[in-house]
Design a protein around this ligand. Structure first.
Ligand SMILES: [Zn+2]
Length: 92
């Protein structure tokens, strides 16, 4: 199994600034694309929560493919994190 990962790039705004990475556990539901996404990265710029396999382009998919999947599959049900709230946990 290949485990290629690129550098973070947001398929929404093209930012390369990584925000928070989250590992979640979900109940898989074939009707809900997000239910299969266990690693999620919040973009530091637009604050959208992005599936890690698209943000880091696992298995060598192109930026274009990642954007396409993001728009066609995940974006409709995507959400944006409130970074002010999240920032309270950081020391700086
Ligand atoms: Zn972004």
């Amino acid at each position: 199994m290949r485990d290629e990962r690129g550098d973070f790039m947001c398929p929404e705004c093209s930012s390369t600034e990584t925000g928070l990475m989250a590992m979640v556990s979900t109940l898989f539901d074939p009707e809900v694309p997000w239910s299969g996404i266990l690693q999620r990265i919040t973009c530091a710029q637009c604050h959208f929560v992005i599936p890690a396999h698209l943000a880091e382009r696992w298995n060598g998919i192109s930026v274009k493919q990642a954007r396409q999947q993001w728009r066609e599959v995940y974006r409709a049900d995507a959400w944006q994190e409130d970074m002010d709230r999240l920032g309270e946990d950081e020391e700086e």
